[in-house]
Design a protein around this ligand. Structure first.
Ligand SMILES: C[S@@+](CC[C@H](N)C(=O)[O-])C[C@H]1O[C@@H](n2cnc3c(N)ncnc32)[C@H](O)[C@@H]1O
Length: 295
């Protein structure tokens, strides 16, 4: 006789908890999400129909997903989706899994783009499109440009834009600012910022994510240096550059911004109080100090 959904939940939550060091609660949620994914039913169905058997045609695909998870593959890649800033984004291993920390960058960016203004915003290294799409949805009158060096990432980001019905994003393939013309009111980026030999790269989700989305030279700051070094050529007077960085990089990023002539250099903490996003304003000598938004 086939095991019931409730039996499977009990059995596999223990296997997952043991294999991945999850709490019972986290492991139960993951088993329910995997079962729900193969059954194409919400979690509430599993709870309401716990005594239903898991039929053999479904058991095989479920076991395949469970075994991927037992090897440590992130849920977001197995399910092919992740929620970010209230949007459901589709993902593949070609893109970084958007993190809640990055919502700090979105919030900080929104504080510099007043609603009902037409700002030109650039998101460098857009990956799944998480930041660009959140900003474009929150500020529909603004025009967002999103770029990445990875064609696979851009395809995923464009598909997310299409599915979410976001019209005000232009997509660009290139190496940071390469090929981008015009000037922007706001440039944001969550670039790779992990040092090449960081031991965290061998642990958890990071083992499965694309290295070019994570690693940036020996100290993790190579991409940030390049972006800060070139940003002034792409910012309008009074425009802002905002960068997500590692928990221990804020002071170095502030120093880099100041050394390149940025003003009002500051850092925004994430919800855990960790310095997560640093920013500066570009004010060319002799330019008026008002932000260059077009009402
Ligand atoms: C940390 S991920 C951020 C992805 C997404 N913005 C997010 O926050 O979830 C960094 C992104 O930068 C892109 N990237 C790496 N090197 C790049 C380069 N030289 N030029 C443009 N994009 C680059 C990667 O492909 C990756 O999508």
């Amino acid at each position: 006789m086939s095991a019931t959904l409730a039996d499977i939940c009990r059995r596999d939550q223990q296997r997952l908890a043991l294999a991945l060091g999850l709490s019972e609660r986290e492991a139960r949620l993951e088993v329910q999400l995997l079962l729900g994914h193969v059954l194409q039913k919400p979690r509430s169905h599993l709870i309401a129909h716990g005594e239903s058997p898991l039929e053999p045609p479904i058991a095989g695909p479920y076991e395949a997903l469970l075994s991927r998870r037992l090897q440590g593959e992130p849920m977001a890649y197995i399910l092919g989706r992740r929620e970010f800033y209230g949007m459901e984004l589709r993902l593949s291993p070609a893109v970084l899994i958007p993190r809640p920390d990055t919502e700090t960058l979105v919030e900080a960016a929104l504080s510099r783009v007043p609603p009902a203004t037409r700002c030109a915003v650039l998101d460098l290294g857009t990956g799944s499109g998480a930041i660009a799409l959140a900003l474009a949805l929150q500020r529909p009158q603004s025009q967002v440009t999103a770029s990445d060096i990875s064609p696979d990432a851009l395809r995923i980001a464009q598909a997310n834009a299409h599915r979410l019905g976001v019209p005000n994003v232009a997509w660009h393939l290139g190496d940071w600012f390469e090929g981008l013309g015009g000037r922007f009111d706001l440039i944001v980026s969550n670039p790779p910022y992990i040092p090449a030999r960081d031991p965290h790269l061998d642990r958890g989700d990071l083992r499965f994510e694309p290295p070019h989305a994570l690693v940036s030279g020996p100290d993790g700051l190579e991409a940030i240096r390049r972006i800060i070094g070139q940003a002034h050529r792409h910012l309008g007077a009074g425009g802002s550059l905002m960068l997500e960085h590692g928990f221990d990089q804020a002071q170095r990023v502030r120093d880099l911004l100041a050394a390149h002539g940025f003003e009002d250099v500051c850092t925004f903490p994430d919800l855990a109080g960790i310095e997560r996003v640093s920013a500066g304003r570009w004010q060319p000598a002799g330019a008026p100090t008002a932000a260059p938004t077009v009402p």
